[in-house]
Design a protein around this ligand. Sequence first.
Ligand code: AGP
Length: 609
Amino acid sequence: MCGIIGYIGEKPAGKILLNGLRKLEYRGYDSAGMLLLNKDKFTRIRSVGDIDKLEKKINGQWPKGKMGIAHTRWATHGGVTEKNAHPHFGRAKEVAIIHNGIIENYRELKEKYLKNHKFSSQTDTEVLAHLIEKYHQKHPLKKAVESALKKVHGTFGLAVISKKEPDKIIAGRSGSPLAIGVGDNQYFLASDATPLLTHTRKIIYLDDGEIAIIKKNNSYIYKIGNNNQINKKAQNIDWNTEEAQKGGFPHFMIKEIYDQREVFMDAIRGRLRPKEGSAQMGGFNLKDKEAQKIDRIILLACGTAYYSCLVGKYLFERLAQIPTEAEIGSEYRYRNPVIDNKTLVFSVSQSGETLDTLVSQREAKRKGAYVRGIVNVVGSTIAREADGGTYIHAGPELSVASSKAFTNMLAILTLYALYFGRLHKMSFETGNKIIKELEKIPGKINLILKQNEKIKKIAYKYSKYQNMLYLGRGINYPIALEGSHKLKELSYIHSEAYPAGEMKHGVNALLDKDFPVAAIATKNNLYEKMISNLEEIKARKSPFFVIATKGDKNIQRMTSDIIYVPKTIEILEPILNVIPLQLFAYHCAVKLKRNVDRPRNLAKSVTVE
Ligand code: AGP
């Protein structure tokens, strides 16, 4: 996520903005920039790399100005370059903007409204700056911003300043948070409260669809496109800085589990093609005709990303009938893999720097496969060395244990399976049903999150055991693996996962009253088989809890430790079923007083063999 900071008041803005950026560093970024307005003069300074580089560029020569905006960029559109760093200008450099979010239709906006404009960057934000400035030639700044935002599809948290109206900052929010800091004859704006708390505890949070005029002694808030002022009281925020960075959550892990209800949409937004009952990924770089010839798919990854690939295997084979293998990066590179020019290899990675995955990707490329990335970090090595691919738009994932990146990987794998399915035998109706169900997922994730307290109780009960067995069948077996992985890396409790059908082939020997089980028994074509497994577990007196489909009363005769998830189509069950297992592992770790965001012996990105 990008970081935004704005200031308007009586003090020199430069140091206030730079210190504000430092407080936003935790959000993750790859470049930074600031802009001050002094009378009718803009001074903009930008740099790639960390805030120190920006400060070095300023070199003590602080630009004049008592108002300004500053930004830390987490690249989504366009590489990591100084030209792509914010703030961005309109064509005549009369308007400057900083933006957090994704403008999905920026290409269409360019084509339709900005035909003869020249752009200095590859960003969607610069297009928005040009559009706002174009409207500003005829309208006051607030109306100009509203006119532009009405044309935008996507998400934004943005700040805009104009040479023609040097007494205000305009802020607008839809999908990316914004907070206003109320000072004494000075006002602040930021992506979250963190950088504001050193100046003020009085914070006004903008809600989606709102726009604010921020002056040095007041702020005026409206619904975008409306001139009736909304009265919003400032809240008194008593968080310390660390709590503010986590948005009030105690750990990044739980914050990022909750982030999933928002960021999931960022993975699919602008990529669905309901008219064709299909999906389209901009960076895939393969024409339909070439894609139709693909006769084998390899999904390369490690750890949690690998478990998303195991789900991907089910998705591609079920939806597109293309033979698909999920391969562990550290193993694949030492085999002599069978690859030809009709093989498509996806490297799936949050960091885009996992060496085992990267080296396997290089091997596949050397042998002539099509190689594409499914990656979170823009401009990372895996993304750069692949010949295209798709960013999962999960935003920076700061907890070592992955959560939102995993569900966004599943989202992208589903979109690709849908795309390939519709290139082959999948009907328009089936494709459209998948699209409709995908769009309901964020609301269903939210319903699961509302059971957090119940899941916490179950976790506290099971956290006393030394072992845990996770069971699932079919497309939910990889979720049993991921649930077990989460428990191991967060709580250090030993756990393992099996396809439930394997119980009778040896695993049953483990079962007794001290060996608990977590079972995924949602209503699908394997439900009855899972019920038989639960009977076996009960007979051997192992304690167990179950992930079940909302409304399933039958399961209540087996156990009272039930976590209900909303019904969805089977291929999307993994996205929902993993959420309670993430929360379960998190609460076990908290109960056991583990270092939740930084588990022992682990790194966020494994760049060694
Ligand atoms: C997941 O919780 C772990 N942090 C780890 O298994 C991780 O998924 C693995 O190291 C792969 O990382 P990547 O997605 O950045 O490639």
